[in-house]
Design a protein around this ligand. Structure first.
Ligand code: 5RP
Length: 230
């Protein structure tokens, strides 16, 4: 699986040009991209990156990739990131690694988003992977009640679990928030659910990335498949 992730990352790297401003994703697949980009930088390519997490920042710095922030620049040429699921409309569930908020801000600031994944991430309908919903700790029970109402309106149901870290404590995102993972099974209308969640005050962001990915690079046993958004 790791070899497939690296193949997808290498295919995305072929889209990177000298001088580009890049969003750098988070997770085990994006890690390969940052690693390969570091090799290019060390052989003379000039790019500047905006990392989507503190983990990616540390990795990119160690690889010698020049970094900036979305305070210093307001637009990026390309973001390359992984995903937890992708459907045929190229909508995504992201946030398994907990970086969904920065990932979405960075992707939104980019002219183009390339998603890299092994082909196990391709699904007919989103929802098999638990949907991460980043919430403010204040008023959690009230926010959970509103999330349940949004699920009912969107015609989905399932258990919601407050994410914990390996040490058993509540998982805290880079932004200081918490994550609720929603086990929905199948989300028939992901754009509608995305909208319903986005208007809940205690929800900072959710892991549905609707209309973000322009290109998806899927690596499988049969080779690489590149899917473009129509
Ligand atoms: C992190 C993410 C990751 O892109 C997603 O979880 C995929 O990770 P991996 O490449 O390790 O499967 O959204 O917030």
């Amino acid at each position: 699986m790791d070899g497939l992730k690296r193949q997808a990352a290498a295919r995305a790297l072929a889209e990177v040009r000298d001088g580009m401003k890049l969003g750098l994703g988070t997770g085990s697949t994006a890690k390969h991209f940052v690693d390969l980009l570091g090799e290019k930088v060390r052989s003379g390519m000039k790019v500047v990156g905006v990392p989507t997490s503190e983990a990616t920042r540390a990795q990119a710095e160690a690889c010698g990739i020049a970094l900036t922030t979305l305070d210093e620049i307001d637009h990026l040429d390309l973001t390359v990131d992984g995903t937890d699921e992708v459907d045929p409309a190229l909508n995504l569930i992201k946030g398994g690694g907990g970086a969904l908020l920065r990932e979405k801000i960075v992707a939104a600031a980019s002219d183009r988003m390339i998603v890299i994944a092994d082909d196990s991430k391709w699904v007919d309908a989103l929802g098999r992977f638990p949907l991460p919903i980043e919430v403010i700790p204040f008023g959690l029970a009230a926010t959970r009640a509103e999330i349940a109402e949004a699920f009912a309106e969107a015609g989905v149901a399932g258990q919601t679990v407050l994410r914990t870290a390996k040490d058993g404590h509540v998982f805290v995102t880079d932004g200081g928030h918490w994550i609720i993972d929603a086990h929905l099974g199948r989300i028939a209308d992901a754009p509608r659910l995305a909208w319903l969640l986005s208007v809940i005050p205690g929800v900072v962001e959710h892991g549905l990335f609707i209309d973000f990915a322009g290109t998806v690079v899927l690596a499988g046993a049969q080779g690489i498949r590149v899917v473009e958004r129509r």
